[in-house]
Structures are given as structure tokens and as C-alpha cells.
Ligand binder design. Structure first.
Ligand SMILES: Cc1cc2nc3c(=O)[nH]c(=O)nc-3n(C[C@H](O)[C@H](O)[C@H](O)COP(=O)(O)OP(=O)(O)OC[C@H]3O[C@@H](n4cnc5c(N)ncnc54)[C@H](O)[C@@H]3O)c2cc1C
Length: 320
């Protein structure tokens, strides 16, 4: 481990930390430490890092904003955070470029300042762009992937742009090439003339709008979110994927009378049955036990097998 840290400290554009607690970096507030926590401060730094790790086949995990994660209590070996890669820049006629570490909230602030509408239904999703694209995060009938036309993928070989087509993005899923991570995305922007021509533009591209309109849309989304989700407690959002477009996971869980069910400080939310909240001192293991209990009860009572939407970081091989 000491040799690894020493080697990594030689890479330009990289911040290296040892034994960084991960719980404060996740919205669920659980998990052990990252033995080696790495923050590239430039794309070159990220490329140098992946080249080093790839060459030695050292496994790593990528952390976005930690809002869809249950991190193991035992901790993880190597974790890369892209939180320092967060620039947004518009190239007239060539789209809007956003680095993966930018939060959805900062992207929305940019849209508000610059008068672009489209992704306001995603307001309140507490993720980074990279995590949101990996998960194809969505809400209120739209998904982030609908608005993206290109992705910059970085691997141990370097970075390259891929064009998005077909079903690259699906329900809470994307086809990011194995061994690659998303370092930036290019969003579709439509000008006023094309917006008038194409009535579907609003659900697939950023379109010009007044800041007043964008602000009102964000406020409406946030109001809806606050009234349906337990935002006052740590959580990782919806725990389970919806089994189909017609059947919502929350309704199955609620129908089994599981709201309020607790394992130590992990509790099925009273406000939204598909959320598990941390009442204070929950451990990752408590949350995983509660997930197991919910799956079993829903299977026994309804015959539906629920699948997790949250990502569990619990891999022995990740520990160094
Ligand atoms: C209160 C609350 C409300 C939520 N509401 C919604 C909602 O309405 N809709 C919705 O879809 N989700 C929702 N979520 C879940 C979560 O916010 C989203 O899934 C979000 O997109 C995750 O982004 P993140 O940056 O936090 O990713 P993380 O949780 O950090 O990581 C999630 C996964 O993405 C991978 N990843 C992260 N960055 C990259 C990258 N650059 N390249 C490749 N892989 C990467 C990670 O390795 C991990 O596998 C909610 C969560 C909370 C806590």
C-alpha cells in the first residue's frame, strides 16, 4: 500500500489521500474508508492515473456524489473521485460540454443563468453528471441520457469521444464500455428556430427559455419532490427499480405493510416506501439486511422479485 501511495503521488494533476472515510461522501452516510482516495485535478491527471492502475491491474471504484451508493462497512481499496473535474463550457454551434464531476444542481444553475430549459424535471437529484449518466438518472418522465449526444470515456489507454445512438441509455442503465469511466458529456442545444420546428425538442435537448421560466420549472419540481420524499434524512433515493412501467416498487412495498419497518437505525421510510432512511447510526449491514427482508416479503406476498437500483460497494477484491 505504501509503495502504491508513493507511486501515485508522482502523477501530476492528482491528489492522493490515505484512509479517507467514505460515509460523509455518501448521502446514505454509511461505509468504511477508502484505503487510497484519488482526486484527479485535470483530465491528464485522470489519464495518468488510469494508465498506472490499468498497467498493474489494480481494481478501483469511481465515486460520483455518492447518492446512489451503499458502501461496505469494511471499506474499499482504491476510490477515484472526479469532484475536481466540474467545468461547464458552451461552444457556439457545437453543443454544451460538461465535465463528469459537475453536479446536476450546478448544471441547473448554469441553465438558469444562461436561459436554457430542458432538464428542470431532474432538479433535486443529488448526483454528479458522471453518476447520473452511468445510472441514466431520471424523474418526471425524462432521463438525463435523452439530452446527451456524446460522451468522453477515459480508460487506461486514454480518452475518446463516443457518439450516442440507439438504446445506449435505458431505464436506469447505460452502456458505458467496461473498464472506462465517463469524464465529460456533450449536451444537445437547440436554437430558437429549430425549437419552433421540432416540438419534441424540449424532451431531448436544451432549448432557449427565459430564466424566469426555468426558475419556475425548478421550483415546481422541488415542491413535488419535497412533498413526496423524506429529504430530511440520509438516504440513497429509491432503493429498488420499478419492476415494470405499470408497477411501481413503492406500491408493492407499501402493500406488504413494510413502511416504518426497522433494522436498528435503518428504516423503510414512512413517507416513500421505496426509500430506506438512516435514522442516525445505521451501518451498511443494517441497510443490506433491510433490503433482504423487503425482497423476501415482497416475493412471498406478491410473487414479484425486486431488483436493487442502488449500487452496493461490497467487493472483497476491492480491498488492498
Ligand atoms: C434524496 C434522493 C433523491 C433521488 N432522486 C432520484 C431521482 O429522482 N431519479 C434518479 O434516477 N435517481 C435519484 N436518486 C439517486 C441518485 O441521485 C442518482 O442515481 C444519481 O444519478 C447518482 O449520481 P452520483 O454522482 O451520486 O453517483 P454515485 O452514487 O457516486 O455512483 C453511482 C454509480 O455510478 C458510478 N459512477 C459515478 N461516476 C461515474 C463516472 N464518472 N463514470 C462512470 N461511472 C460513474 C459509480 O461507480 C456507481 O456505480 C436520488 C437520490 C437521493 C439521495
Amino acid at each position: 500500500m505504501q509503495q502504491l501511495l508513493k507511486d501515485l503521488r508522482r502523477i501530476d494533476g492528482l491528489i492522493v489521500e490515505e484512509n479517507r472515510p467514505l460515509a460523509p461522501l455518501t448521502t446514505m452516510r454509511v461505509g468504511g474508508t477508502a484505503g487510497c482516495f484519488l482526486k484527479p485535478t485535470s483530465l491528464n491527471g485522470l489519464e495518468g492515473l488510469l494508465n498506472y492502475l490499468g498497467g498493474r491491474q489494480i481494481p478501483y471504484k469511481v465515486l460520483g456524489n455518492g447518492s446512489n451508493l451503499i458502501v461496505s462497512d469494511e471499506g474499499i481499496g482504491v476510490v477515484i473521485s472526479l469532484s475536481r473535474l466540474k467545468r461547464i463550457y458552451a461552444r457556439p454551434g457545437a453543443g454544451l460540454y460538461v465535465e463528469a464531476g459537475c453536479t446536476i444542481s450546478n448544471l441547473l444553475s448554469w441553465c438558469l443563468r444562461n436561459g436554457y430549459s430542458g432538464i428542470e424535471p431532474l432538479a433535486g437529484i443529488p448526483g454528479s453528471l458522471g453518476g447520473a449518466l452511468f445510472m441514466n438518472a431520471g424523474a418526471n418522465g425524462i432521463s438525463i441520457g435523452d439530452f446527451v449526444e456524446g460522451l468522453c470515456v477515459t480508460t487506461s489507454e486514454g480518452s475518446h469521444w463516443i457518439d450516442i445512438s440507439g438504446d445506449f441509455f435505458r431505464y436506469r442503465k447505460s452502456d458505458i464500455p467496461t473498464g472506462g469511466l465517463i469524464s465529460a458529456a456533450r449536451f444537445k442545444i437547440m436554437d430558437e428556430a429549430r425549437k419552433m420546428e421540432d416540438s419534441r425538442a424540449k424532451n431531448s435537448a436544451m432549448v432557449p427559455a427565459s430564466s424566469k421560466e426555468v426558475l419556475q420549472n425548478i421550483r415546481n419540481t422541488m415542491w413535488k419532490r419535497r412533498s413526496t420524499q423524506p429529504l430530511g434524512r440520509p438516504s440513497a433515493g429509491c432503493v429498488f427499480r420499478n419492476p415494470s412501467a405499470e408497477v411501481a416498487a413503492w406500491s408493492l412495498i407499501a402493500s406488504c405493510g413494510l413502511q416504518g419497518k426497522r433494522i436498528r437505525d435503518a428504516q423503510v421510510s414512512e413517507k416513500h416506501a421505496n426509500f430506506i432512511v438512516n435514522l442516525g447510526k445505521a451501518m451498511s449491514q443494517d441497510i443490506l439486511s433491510l433490503i433482504g427482508l423487503i425482497k423476501k416479503r415482497v416475493w412471498d406476498e406478491t410473487g414479484v422479485y425486486l431488483k436493487e437500483e442502488v449500487i452496493v460497494w461490497d467487493n472483497e477484491k476491492q480491498r488492498l
